[in-house]
Design a protein around this ligand. Structure first.
Ligand code: PGA
Length: 256
């Protein structure tokens, strides 16, 4: 049985007090559900506090939103895997489309970041997803598969099993336009088949594949009910307990 996950991606939101308040509201309401996890992807200023706050609730884990591929050195403004693990952060979001677009992160760079994260004992949440014009031109499957091949399919099986994949079509991120459950399922199926082809059936069955892009309380249940959708990576709706808690709840209710 693969892990089902509701992950929040706070992006560059929440000052120190706001972040603590939000995390507190989520952690105190998140009830243990076997086989499910809640992950909070927070800005760096929150990470240490969040790890301590979540420590009391083993259902809640903390993710950074990026890491550098090198262990240390003259990289002003960057953060290393060793720094993150030194405060107990277990997960790291890699290759979010905003990092790819605004910070020019390439598949090649992301493969190095994935290596660094895994070598340092972290679990990457590896994002992939196509822009609208690629979908309109009909080569979205090939595009996403290439992101996986270049970014993470070089990993050995034992390492690959530490990766969580997030399929996030760019046209659905922050736009209010969600992929339909059928569109999400189709892409998640394609991703799972690609994993089976590269590794094997058992590895594909064990890999958690999240959907991201305008997940809301009103659409989460239907999306999470798809056989290959194992939860969500949630941006906007993860910034308020009133909208994130029902999404966490939808994950356990839609269990397949
Ligand atoms: P959104 O963002 O839920 O606000 O669309 C998702 C994401 O970027 O991870």
């Amino acid at each position: 049985m693969r892990l089902r996950i509701a992950a929040g991606n706070w992006k560059m939101n929440m000052d120190y007090d706001e972040g603590r308040e939000l995390a507190h509201a989520i952690i105190k309401e998140t009830k243990p559900q076997p086989g499910t996890l809640t992950i909070l992807g927070t800005p760096y200023i929150h990470l240490k506090d969040m790890v301590e706050m979540a420590g009391r609730n083993s259902e809640v884990k903390i993710a950074a939103q990026n890491c550098h591929q090198e262990a240390s050195g003259a990289f002003t403004g960057e953060i290393s895997v060793g720094m993150l693990t030194s405060i107990g952060v277990e997960y790291v979001i890699l290759g979010h489309s905003e990092r790819r677009q605004y910070f020019r992160e390439s598949n090649e760079l992301l493969s190095k970041k994935a290596d660094a994260a895994i070598k340092g004992g972290m679990k990457p949440i590896f994002c992939c997803g196509e822009a609208l014009e690629i979908r309109n031109e009909g080569w979205h499957e090939r595009y996403v598969k290439n992101q996986l091949v270049k970014g993470i399919f070089h990993l050995e099986k034992d390492d690959f099993l530490k990766v969580i994949i997030a399929y996030e079509p760019i046209w659905a991120i922050g736009t209010g336009v969600t992929a339909s459950p059928e569109q999400a399922q189709e892409m998640h199926r394609m991703i799972r088949l690609a994993i089976a082809e590269r590794y094997d059936e058992a590895t594909a069955e064990q890999t958690t594949i999240l959907y991201g892009g305008s997940v809301k309380p009103g659409n989460a249940r239907e999306l999470f009910a798809q056989p290959d959708v194992d939860g969500g990576l949630v941006g906007g709706a993860s910034l308020k307990a009133e909208s994130f808690l029902p999404i966490i709840e939808a994950l356990s209710q839609s269990r397949v």
